[in-house]
Design a protein around this ligand. Structure first.
Ligand code: 6R9
Length: 652
């Protein structure tokens, strides 16, 4: 094993442990023996998981890896995703079962049973056919979190069209680039949606985007807010065309490797990458992981993933995984603080949500708002609570477990990516003794590891790069239209290994801790220091709610640590003065060692984040290095950088 060069620091010590509740362990869907079962025969294990689905034609070969890194799973098999997510549950007598309890931001609600979903999806599929969409065509979807969004996705899957969902918050430019790259034939949108108590416009953005996208033949428009929209010749109202269709449509079986969807990830530089997911392997892994990680009992659980469907988390864990498993889910349109900061907890109490999935950014926001808000609501139905999107700081994990999970619900910290399609590294709630801040170990059937810069596995206690060593069913198949970039981006850093772009470490037990994107790692006086560890040290101070850390060029140390801190709502006293800043710097030094002490700490009201809640450190680096601020087009809230700059007179 080569440890020729230090790859990442390994500074954080965390000794708290949380065993699974006895009753959950006893009745868990997946028990400890699954790891050995999968290790003994990985393809055989995934073939058994694929049996959860209904295939119209069985596969001849589980995995074809004869042309790496281009994988084919369930070769020769045929199935239809919409049939698997909807019809088969109706045929099994569950047509009256609720698929979605939908909650609009203004307080309107809709309940969709599996039977309702079948007729809505059938009608939408027939409407798409009438509009000339055919198997293999691409459909762009630019909708708010309303039922027509999953209905549209399933209608595409039903006829074999490939969808490309674009976040409702993205600009006309971003939408245009994505439509163009995929050569989408139609775009499905709405007049607008509700966010923060106000109707926001979507249709006008689409109108702007599709000037200059010759591939678009029609714009299909759902009426949600009733606001005025300019009408164009290519427009068709959803209520005109969809409502008059027959609700019967025979789902079209497609090849296991048929393209199900494209989802664009922005990355830090360059043109967005169209991540391509296909049919059989994708649905197998999303269904299995949802069953295993959330311990879903479809007859009794109510599941809620608070993500936006425009993010991969919504694709895999609001739409495909839960519906394939016949789950009853909650879907919510709006923001967590409309009309009040307890809205989410009110929804959990109202529907008796038992399985909940959210992101660290949301958890840290609730910590900032104060413990008293969730305490006003009955959250006793919750039994498993999940986290995704960023490393969860140990303090945020403990707060989540304590204040949302009543000190008993296991926290499942799930590591995965748009590219991986489904969860890869996570605790199993009935098996794993959880450690705050650790994603723990690869799920059964997944071969992930941490390697050094030579691609050799690091020993326990070592740090390096997260890789996946064997193909997995829901892996991306390529970057849409650019096989070469697929190979170069993911399979060239280490021979034969998938490089995820994340730093990670293995603790003394061999459990995995994520340390942030390798592009964000700081090099201070010759030491590689992870942003995650310094941020977690800051968040462990009782007066800190959120922190972001970047490396800024420094004449003495190469890079120096610059931190941006949001104080907790409850933090009294002077949280701006030099004394407090010194207290924080000393706290980091004490927690991680003097090498990790920030050169500078700035108190800020907000942090720049993407729509999926990831901190955009690149913009903070611009601030820290006194540069003009770069591209802000994927920010959730474009005004945040102004707020930060105003606060820091030197940063312009
Ligand atoms: C699902 C999703 C992927 C990147 C990934 C990593 C970060 C996601 C994480 C996590 C630590 C976790 N990430 N989950 N880091 N712990 N549990 O987020 O997909 O938007 O493509 O982002 O997010 O850096 O590489 P995507």
């Amino acid at each position: 094993m080569s440890q020729s060069q230090e790859t990442l620091s390994n500074l954080l010590q965390e000794t708290r442990r949380f065993a699974p509740p006895a009753d959950l362990a006893e009745s868990a869907n997946v028990k400890a023996d699954a790891y050995a079962e999968a290790d003994a025969d990985r393809p055989g294990f995934w073939a058994r998981q694929a049996e959860r689905l209904s295939w119209s034609k069985p596969w001849d070969q589980v995995l074809d890896w004869s042309d790496p890194p281009f994988a084919k799973w369930f070769v020769g098999g045929e199935l239809n995703v919409a049939y698997n997510c909807v019809d088969r549950h109706v045929e099994a007598g569950n047509g009256g079962k609720v698929a979605f309890h939908w909650e609009g931001e203004p307080g309107d609600t809709r309940t969709l049973t599996y039977g309702d979903l079948q007729s809505e999806v059938g009608k939408a599929a027939n409407a798409l056919l009438e509009l000339g969409v055919r198997k293999g065509d691409r459909v762009a979807i630019y909708l708010p979190m309303i039922p027509e969004l999953p209905i549209s996705m399933l209608a595409c899957a039903r006829i074999g069209a490939t969808h490309s969902v674009v976040f409702g918050g993205f600009s006309a430019d971003a939408l245009r680039t994505r439509i163009d790259d995929a050569q989408a034939k139609i775009v499905i949108t709405s007049d607008g949606g509700y966010r923060r108590g106000k109707p926001s416009a979507l249709k006008s953005t689409v109108d702007e985007a599709v000037t200059g996208t010759p591939s678009i033949e029609h714009v299909l428009v759902v009426r949600r807010t009733g606001q005025e929209v300019a009408s164009q010749e290519r427009d068709v109202w959803w209520h005109d065309i969809v409502e008059r269709q027959s609700d019967e449509h025979a789902p079209e079986p497609v090849d296991a490797e048929h393209p199900l969807y494209i989802l664009y990830t922005s990355g830090t530089t360059g043109k967005p990458k169209g991540i391509l997911h296909t049919t059989g392997g994708y649905l197998t892994q999303t269904a299995y992981t949802h069953h295993a990680v959330f311990d879903l009992k479809p007859d009794t659980d109510v599941y809620w993933c608070s993500a936006d469907i425009g993010w991969v988390t919504g694709h895999s864990y609001i739409v495909y995984g839960p519906l394939a498993n016949g789950a009853t889910s909650v879907m919510y349109e709006g923001t967590p603080d409309t009309p009040h900061k307890g809205r989410w907890w009110e929804i959990i109490a109202k529907y008796g949500v038992s399985l909940f999935y959210t992101a660290p950014t949301a958890i840290r926001t609730f910590m900032k708002w104060g413990d008293d808000i969730p305490a006003e609501h009955d959250l006793s139905s919750l039994r498993v609570i999940g986290s995704v999107g960023e490393p969860i700081n140990p303090e945020a994990y403990v707060w989540y477990r304590e204040h949302i999970g009543a000190g008993k619900a296991p926290v499942v910290d799930t590591w995965w990516q748009t590219e991986t399609g489904g969860i890869m590294i996570s605790p199993l709630p009935g098996v794993t003794e959880g450690k705050p801040g650790a994603a723990m170990r690869p799920l059964p059937g997944i071969a992930a590891d941490v390697v050094d810069d030579q691609g050799e596995p690091v020993p326990n206690g070592g740090g390096g790069f997260l890789v996946v060593k064997e193909p997995w069913p829901s892996m991306l198949r390529t970057i849409w239209g650019d096989d070469e970039r697929y190979v170069k981006t993911y399979w060239s850093r280490f021979e034969g290994l998938y490089f995820a772009g994340d730093g990670a470490k293995k603790d003394d037990d061999g459990d995995i801790w994520l340390l942030g994107r390798v592009d964000d790692v700081m090099l201070v006086s010759g030491h590689n220091i992870s942003t995650t560890e310094v941020e977690s040290a800051l968040v462990s101070h009782p007066k800190v709610a959120e922190a972001a850390v970047v490396g800024a060029t420094d004449p003495l140390t190469g890079q120096a640590i610059v931190s941006f801190v949001i104080p907790r709502g409850s933090a009294g006293g002077d949280v701006e003065g030099d004394e407090f800043l010194k207290e924080l710097r000393d706290h980091v030094a004490k927690t991680l060692g003097p090498i990790a002490k920030p050169r500078q700490i700035m108190i800020v009201p907000e942090l720049p984040k993407t729509r999926s809640g990831k901190i955009m450190r690149r913009l903070l680096r611009d601030v820290a290095e006194n540069r003009s601020i770069g591209d802000v087009s994927t920010l959730a809230d474009g005004t945040v950088m102004d707020l930060i700059s105003e606060k820091l007179p030197s940063a312009k």
